[in-house]
Ligand binder design. Structure first.
Ligand code: 3PG
Length: 390
């Protein structure tokens, strides 16, 4: 595909689709990670002398209706502060009728207020396209959605290209999964096997070690023949866990199973934590973390890895007494020489909690999009850019 960095944008009307879908509380942005990640693209376009229009969604409002709670006003305020100048938020933009100066940046109100955005209608897509000379797709976090602003706009725009953030994300993911330094280790945590099944299936064909954590691991512990007590476990997926083990073993790869675990009797912040051998889980126990021996084994695996891909914590790290496993893994990633890439909301929260952001090689802004890439799926917005480049 065409990269924004290779185009002359001077005096051009440049429409950038960014993912500024950030958490907002009481009218204020509470985590600006996605805005910060998008700034390089905005600044490059402004510096090049383009008339910059930025569009994004925020939340999932009802199309055709304005709602204060989904307005991008807090994002406009955050952008104004970052750029040190006023960023206008334009509400009615679909039929043009507003001017943008060379080097200026304006923000267009939430694209999901527009009828046809979700269904990617030709009518809406053509309206977006008519606003610009160059369309820049930079919303990696929304690249798995074929919507008006992420797909249709690029189909009809005079020129469609990838922005700096999208390019960087794809380069990092490609480096980690398509041309990895080996051993390639993937850590997949989360509560259920069913929600990450396609990710696990896809990774089982490429990684050298697949570390499963959280509720997902319980199904594998059960498949290994152990009692999981009252732990979250999907019994019907035990055969699937066995199948994944077989696939990995046939490739001389493995899914390590915990040798010890940390259990509690109830899911609560004050639940007492007990460390025990994986074979000693009682009928009324719930597994909430991996034990110290297992964590040390995983830390060793991470230390010797060439590449680490991380999505999902290995325990209930929100509660400190069940966070040691995730903490040990975080530290191991921070200390490892491996190229590391992490993505997903819970994973970023763990990275923040254990303060290792600067030591992870690449932190993705994608949640669902990151997972779909791990699943080996083609992202529709990227396919559109590839199509346009032909
Ligand atoms: C995300 O937060 O994962 C992206 O912004 C996509 O949001 P969506 O799931 O509402 O499409």
């Amino acid at each position: 595909f065409i990269r924004m960095a290779d185009l002359d944008l001077k005096g051009k009307r440049v429409l950038i689709r960014a993912d500024l879908n950030v958490p907002v509380k009481n009218g204020k942005v509470t985590s600006d990670a996605r805005i910060r990640a998008s700034m390089k693209t905005f600044e490059a376009a402004m510096k090049a002398g383009a008339k910059v229009m930025v569009m994004s969604h925020l939340g999932r409002p009802v199309e055709g209706e304005f709602s204060e709670e989904n307005s991008l006003a807090p994002v406009a305020a955050d952008l104004s502060a970052k750029l040190g100048k006023d960023v206008r938020l334009i509400k009615d933009y679909l039929n043009g009728g507003f001017d943008v100066a060379d080097g200026e940046l304006v923000l267009l109100e939430n694209v999901r207020f527009n009828v046809g955005e979700g269904k990617n209608t030709e009518e809406l897509s053509k309206k977006y396209a008519a606003l610009c000379d160059v369309y820049v797709m930079d919303a990696f976090g929304t690249a798995h959605r074929a919507q008006g602003s992420t797909h249709g706009a690029g189909v009809y725009a005079p020129v469609a290209c990838a922005g700096l953030l999208l390019t960087e994300e794809l380069d990092a993911l490609t480096k980690a999964l398509k041309e990895p330094a080996r051993p390639l280790v993937a850590i997949v945590g989360g509560s259920k096997v069913s929600t990450k099944l396609t990710v696990l299936e896809s990774l089982s064909t490429v990684v050298d070690q697949l570390v499963v954590g959280g509720g997902i691991a319980n199904t594998f512990i059960k498949a290994a023949g152990h009692n999981v007590g009252k732990s979250l476990c999907e019994d019907d997926l035990v055969p699937t866990a066995n199948k994944l083990n077989e696939i990995m073993n046939s490739r001389n790869a493995s899914i390590p199973v915990a040798v010890d675990v940390v259990t509690g009797k109830e899911f609560s912040e004050t639940a007492a934590a007990e460390t025990k051998d994986v074979s000693a889980v009682a009928d009324d126990d719930m597994i909430f973390d991996i034990g110290p021996k297992s964590a040390a084994e995983l830390a060793e695996i991470i230390k010797n890895a060439g590449t680490v891909v991380w999505n999902g914590p290995v325990g209930v790290f929100e509660f400190d007494q069940f966070g040691e496993g995730t903490k040990t893994i975080s530290k191991a990633i921070a200390e490892s020489k491996a190229f590391s890439i992490a993505g997903g909301g819970d994973t970023l929260a763990a990275i923040d909690k254990y303060g290792i952001a600067d030591q992870v090689s690449y932190i993705s802004t994608g949640g669902g999009a990151f997972l779909e890439f791990l699943e080996g799926k083609k992202l529709p917005a990227v396919e559109m850019l590839e199509q346009r480049a032909k």
